[in-house]
Design a binder for this molecule. Structure first.
Ligand code: ZN
Length: 288
């Protein structure tokens, strides 16, 4: 956090240094673009094939074959969800929130992709529809569906509450769900849980101190976020104990609602010419 006043005197050219224009780190012109026209055609043919509910303060796992779509639905009330994604064939390839943020910005919407960890660095999924895309950024700098948070977890809770124990943080919910889905021991499943896409959560950084903030989610029942699986996926979604995240998480105080995950199949031929995402072409010699 930036403190005021600073301890170091500003140099005489401080304003000139501050006035330099920013440069976008990763120019989007060279980023391979998803075939959104094809995806829009295909999504018009979708038929539901599976659904599962993430109960309040709990999580659920789901499989999505490459080329299928999945939707996360708001059901009974405003509720945010913490999403983990893995390559179904290799759990060590997981959603890489930090690189996704570097490539697409702090908050995701239609056309943005969820990239995987090294060495694959491939899109695991692409967002194909977002009923909250109207929100944009509010006057506080808040936006929806961020990749700036991590996931609420019992370790930070214990740190901030002098050893307090809470077992239904998203980190623990995702851990239990993955252990149940895969048969892995709890401690091993926990190692695969990673920083999330904060579905429906409204967050930003305060303008004066740069602190991470949250505010009540604008999501309402009927809203959904839709993705296409760019490879065979295992997903896990936690219905955060923060509910709409208007006040706090890591407690049972907030009103919480279920989230519905729906997997949908496009009509045969609707994705003709499309292929699952390939892994990075870097040769991994690292100059050695
Ligand atoms: Zn949470």
């Amino acid at each position: 956090m930036k403190t005021n006043p600073p301890e170091t005197a500003a140099p005489t050219d401080a304003e000139a240094r501050r006035a330099l224009a920013p440069v976008i780190c990763y120019p989007v012109e060279t980023l391979p673009q998803p075939p959104m026209a094809l995806y829009r055609t295909a999504r018009a043919t979708l038929q539901p094939v599976f659904e599962v509910i993430a109960p309040p303060r709990d999580a659920a796992c789901f499989h999505v074959p490459a080329g299928h779509f999945f939707r996360i639905h708001s059901t009974q009330g405003p509720q945010v969800g913490d999403l983990n994604l893995w390559n179904a064939a290799d759990l060590t390839e997981r959603f890489y929130s930090g690189k996704t943020r570097a490539l697409h910005g702090t908050h995701l919407s239609t056309g943005d992709r969820l990239w995987s960890s090294f060495p694959a660095l491939r899109p695991l999924a692409t967002i194909t529809h977002d009923t909250l895309d109207w929100y944009g950024f509010d006057a506080f700098g808040g936006g929806v569906h961020d990749v700036i948070g991590t996931r609420c977890d019992p370790y930070t809770h214990a740190l901030l509450t002098d050893g307090g124990q809470y077992h239904h943080c998203c980190h623990s919910n995702l851990t239990r769900a993955l252990a149940a889905e895969t048969g892995l021991p709890l401690a091993e499943a926990e190692r695969h849980v990673h920083d999330v896409l904060n579905v429906f959560m409204c967050t930003g950084f305060t303008r004066d101190t740069g602190q991470y903030f949250m505010k009540a989610s604008p999501v309402r029942p009927g809203d959904y976020l839709e993705f296409i699986a760019e490879t065979d996926l295992l997903g896990a979604l936690s219905a955060c104990p923060g509910g709409d995240c208007s006040a706090e998480h890591s407690s049972d105080a907030a009103a919480c609602y279920p989230l519905r995950i729906e997997v949908l199949r496009p009509a045969p031929g609707a994705l003709d010419g499309w292929h699952p995402a390939a892994a990075s072409r870097y040769d991994r010699s690292h100059g050695a």
